[in-house]
Design a protein around this ligand. Sequence first.
Ligand SMILES: CC(C)(COP(=O)(O)OP(=O)(O)OC[C@H]1O[C@@H](n2cnc3c(N)ncnc32)[C@H](O)[C@@H]1OP(=O)(O)O)[C@@H](O)C(=O)NCCC(=O)NCCS
Length: 176
Amino acid sequence: MAVDPVPTEPNDEPVPTEESKVTLARVMGVMDANNYGDVHGGVIMRAVDEAGAVAAVRHSNGPAVTAFMDQMAFLEPVKLGDLLTTHAQVNWTGRTSMEVGVRVTVQRMGVEGEIHVSSAHLVFVAIDAEGQPRPVPPVLPETELDRLRFQEAQIRRTTRLERREAIRRLRAQGLD
Ligand SMILES: CC(C)(COP(=O)(O)OP(=O)(O)OC[C@H]1O[C@@H](n2cnc3c(N)ncnc32)[C@H](O)[C@@H]1OP(=O)(O)O)[C@@H](O)C(=O)NCCC(=O)NCCS
C-alpha cells in the first residue's frame, strides 16, 4: 500500500474498515520496565498511539495527528518478556477526524491464549502540508461488529464535543 506524503485532492470514496486494520507486536524488555519490575504504562500508551496512527494514516492516505485520547483502562499488569500486541482500526469518520479503536493483548510464556490488557479510543485528525485539518474519506463499516463500533463511536463523539463545549462555556464565564 502506498501512502501519499500529503494528498492534494480530497477523496470521497468510502474506505472499508478492513483497510485500516493493523496489528503491531513487540516483546517487552528491561527498557520498558517501571519501578516495580512490570511494564511502564507509558510504554503501552505509546504502543496504542503508534498503532492508532498507522490505522489513521492508512485510512486517510496521508499524515494524521493524535488530537484526543479517551480514558484508557489498564486491566492487567504487563510483564517483561510478554509479547505486547496492539490491534487498531478506524471505527468512525467525521469531516477531518477519525476515531480509532485500539485493543491491547499480550501473549505470555506458560499462559495459553491471549490476555486482554487494555483498550482505548483515540481521535486522529488528518492534516495537510500546513498542519491544517484536511478532509478524510468516509469509513465503510461492513460487518455487524464494525457497524456497532461505528454507532458506539458516534455516541463517544457527541460526549467529547459536549464536554469540550461545557468546559469552554465555564471558562468563558470566569471565576465567581
Ligand atoms: C489536531 C489539530 C490539527 C486540530 O486542529 P483544529 O484547528 O483544532 O481543528 P478543528 O477545530 O477544525 O477540528 C478538527 C477535527 O477534530 C475534531 N476535534 C478537535 N478536538 C476534539 C476533541 N477534543 N474531541 C473530539 N474531536 C475533536 C473536530 O471535531 C474536527 O472534526 P471533524 O472535522 O471530523 O468534524 C490541532 O489541534 C493540532 O495540531 N494539535 C496537535 C496535534 C499533536 O501534536 N498531536 C501529538 C503528536 S501526533
